[in-house]
Design a protein around this ligand. Structure first.
Ligand code: ADP
Ligand code: MG
Length: 733
């Protein structure tokens, strides 16, 4: 019973006392017919009372205050005014046809304006001239007159402003609006529900929820609530919709955010501790001869201090008897591939195989080339397995070699996860650019051996700390915070599409110095729908402007062999310009390329721009990144471009990116495993709370390692309940 978190609540409004249950289907709520229920389910996944209760408003508007007409300005958010309609007037033709109600409160005149001609009749019939109304909306200015378009209008005697307080506003989708489910409608639903669930507000806060709190089982231990001064669960759920004051809203929000983040951390840390106790790892007791031989004889340069440090950190893990689970963060160009190679050599030196996974074929192939190049004078067999390695003749020997252990390092894409791939003795898995690898895919590696291999996840997309704490909260983190010596910071500049001559001059200058240039386009072919530069046109243009230069072209729709051949020409320096789509985003390494031109830079996210920029600046020369955009950028786009021009620091850019886009949009966030839905917490904005949640969860686990303190029993039960509704965490590294 305890596990089955059911909320029985006295239905106080009905005559006889009935009991309602939060898992009641939403159709039981007055006003929600089968039609609307369908829309709520398809648009929001909302099916029960609980879903509705947890559909929190995105903002509240203070409806306690009345404004005078003469106070109104067009930059005010929402206002309400009390007064009467003087007269109606229709004006304009066609799409500009509109209805105006001239409205006054005795202090000035205001125009109420409607544009839906179909509704004019209804409006004129239902709102009487001379009657007292309260009008609510967002003021604007037209022809020097203040107006409120499409206002909410209520008879003044029907509203009690003092008790209306903060009005909730709910997000709705277009489909919902079409079904009559606007914010107002959602408000009616939550209001009905909240009235059903909670007793009417009493004087004191404590009293208000004294009955309900026993009905909404508290999910957090009492001592925690007290220590952090959190409001009770029941109160927070009520106040998130209908707060009696701004302060109550703030406290309710805080409580709910904390709760969401806390259970994520509790889950992660509980799992991590369990794994540390129970899961054994292969013991790599020596660095071995492969490593030593390579280090002494073939390493072409000195490792940076940061590279040495992270290799040490990881070797410490791998010899400890525990399974390594580490995230290696390092900005583009910081030398992660070499670190990966050194670790793989340690695995080999201990008699194990190693496997390296990349998210794309190009990147996997690039890794193969790099590894073979580094290891060319050593007796190590490195093979590639991707979707491109087709046909029995090519595939069979690789699969066979992997099974017998003759293939010591296998590099590939998702293909290495297929069931046909069997390892002889897999000791280490390295996952590059992990954000594109799902958590579930990571988990599949486990099935490949009895003792799980050590796992290193490498990412060049710097992840802000708070996000990393949540997405990779179960991994230990190593950071390469130093670039190889001699690199000059890339200079980033902003050019206009409308003035290509500057760009052409720049390209010419660099090519004359013997350098190579990338030009990246968002599209391959011209599109009627999108006003963007496309690769085919761009290629033709560049051929015209630079008839004396050789130009390569690479994009995702080319045959792999063709693509490789073009890439190769550029790598060998036979072509000076490489025109490409974002296929070159990750991994491509041509130190002689010193210019990265990005067409329609406004179309790319910050993280992507940073990745692309990381393709240059790999040699000793000064490198440039040119962001080309059209005139007339939106303000936010301009800010993004400015950030790119101002900083090369990937972490700074990632923080900014998170703020602009919100974590929900981050590529792969979903599958990377925020275990439980976040209804209200925002990983971008609630960083400090993430930290508090993590510290608190750690403390609880210290105090109650066996999960048997009575005062925590509700909390553990709640965690189990959450887990039931989410992915199977136990399979995930
Ligand atoms: P990342 O994968 O972190 O973006 P790479 O591993 O591709 O970076 O390394 C970028 C370039 O720097 C490669 O050409 C690599 O050979 C070179 N490099 C790596 N480590 C060093 C070092 N310690 N000193 C000089 N060059 C290095
Ligand atoms: Mg790399």
């Amino acid at each position: 019973m305890q596990q089955e978190v059911r909320f029985f609540v006295v239905f106080l409004q009905s005559e006889s006392i009935s009991v309602i249950d939060l898992s009641t289907p939403i159709t039981y709520l007055p006003g929600v017919g089968p039609q609307r229920a369908k829309v709520l389910e398809s648009e929001l996944g909302m099916t029960t009372f609980r879903d509705l209760l947890y559909y929190f408003p995105y903002k509240h508007i203070d409806r306690t205050r009345l404004y005078y007409v003469h106070e109104l300005t067009a930059d005010m958010p929402f206002v309400q005014v009390m007064g009467e309609i003087l007269s109606f007037e229709e004006d304009g033709h066609g799409r500009k046809h509109h209805l105006i109600a001239h409205f006054t409160d005795g202090h000035g005149i205001l125009d109420l304006v409607w544009f839906q001609a179909g509704a004019f009749k209804w409006i004129k019939k239902n709102y009487s001239i001379g009657k007292k109304y309260i009008v609510f909306g967002r003021p604007g200015v037209f022809n020097g007159r203040i107006n409120i378009p499409h206002p909410d209008i209520d008879p003044a005697d029907s509203l009690q402003l003092g008790t209306m307080g903060l009005q909730p506003y709910y997000n709705t989708t277009d489909k919902m609006k079409k079904a009559g489910l606007n914010s107002r409608a959602m408000e009616r639903f939550t209001s009905t529900l909240v009235n059903k669930l909670f007793s009417q507000p009493c004087d004191g806060e404590a009293e208000r929820f004294s009955t309900s709190s026993s009905l909404f089982p508290e999910t957090l231990p009492a001592s925690l609530i007290q220590r952090l001064s959190l409001v009770p669960l029941a109160q927070s759920l009520h106040d998130l919709h209908y707060p009696p004051s701004a302060d109550a809203l703030r406290r309710a929000t805080y409580r709910q955010k904390f709760e969401e983040l806390f259970f994520i951390q509790l889950n992660l840390l509980r799992y991590t501790r369990l794994r540390q106790e129970q899961v054994h790892g292969h013991v790599f007791s020596t660095v071995g001869t492969y490593f030593n031989d390579f280090y002494a004889n073939y390493l072409p340069f000195q490792l940076t201090g940061a590279q040495k440090r992270v290799v040490r950190e990881m070797w410490n893990d791998m010899k400890s008897g525990k399974q390594m689970n580490r995230l290696l963060q390092g900005d583009v160009g910081s030398g992660k591939t070499l670190v990966a190679l050194l670790l793989m050599l340690i695995a080999l030196g201990n008699g194990y195989q190693a496997c390296m996974m990349a998210p794309t074929e190009i990147l996997a192939e690039q890794h193969l080339v790099t590894c073979r190049e580094f290891l060319r004078d050593m007796p190590v067999r490195v093979e590639l397995l991707t979707g491109n390695v087709k046909g029995k003749k090519k595939r069979a020997p690789i699969l066979e070699g992997t099974r017998t252990g003759e293939v010591q390092i296998l590099i590939g894409t998702h293909a290495v996860l297929e069931d046909t791939v069997e390892f002889h003795r897999l000791g280490l898995v390295i996952i590059d650019e992990q954000h594109r690898f799902g958590v579930a895919q990571r988990a599949r590696l486990w099935k490949k051996s009895e003792v799980p291999p050590h796992v290193l996840v490498m990412t060049a997309t710097p992840i802000p700390r708070t996000l990393a704490m949540t997405l990779y909260g179960d991994l230990d983190v190593s950071v390469i915070d130093e670039l190889p010596p001699g690199r000059k910071p890339i200079e980033t500049r902003h050019f206009w599409t409308e003035k290509p001559e500057t760009l052409y001059r720049g390209i010419r200058t660099e090519v004359q110095k013997g350098r190579q240039v990338y030009v990246v386009y968002p599209l391959i072919k011209e599109s009627e729908k999108m006003d963007m530069q496309d690769l085919e046109n761009g290629y033709a243009q560049l051929c015209e402007v630079f008839p004396d230069l050789r130009i390569s072209k690479v994009h995702g729709q080319m045959k792999p062999a063709e693509k490789d051949a073009e890439m190769e020409r550029f790598v060998r320096g036979e072509t000076q310009i490489l025109v490409a789509t974002t296929v070159i985003e990750v991994g491509v390494n041509v130190p002689n390329a010193s210019v990265m031109v990005i067409q329609n830079a406004e179309r790319f996210g910050l993280a992507q721009l940073h990745q692309l920029r990381g393709r240059v600046g790999r040699g000793a020369e000064q490198s440039y990144c040119i962001l080309v955009t059209k005139y007339n950028l939106a303000k936010e786009t301009m800010q993004r471009i400015d950030i790119m021009c101002d900083t090369n620091d990937g972490f700074e850019i990632a923080e900014a990116d998170l703020k602009f886009r919100g974590p929900g949009d981050l590529e792969g966030t979903q599958q990377s495993g925020v275990a439980f839905d976040l209804h209200i917490a925002n990983l971008a904005r609630d960083g400090q709370l993430v930290q508090l949640a993590r510290d608190t969860a750690n403390q609880i686990l210290d105090e109650d390692p066996d999960q048997n303190l009575p005062e925590n029993s509700r909390m553990w039960a709640h965690l189990r309940e959450l887990n039931k509704n989410s992915i199977d965490w136990s399979n995930i590294s």
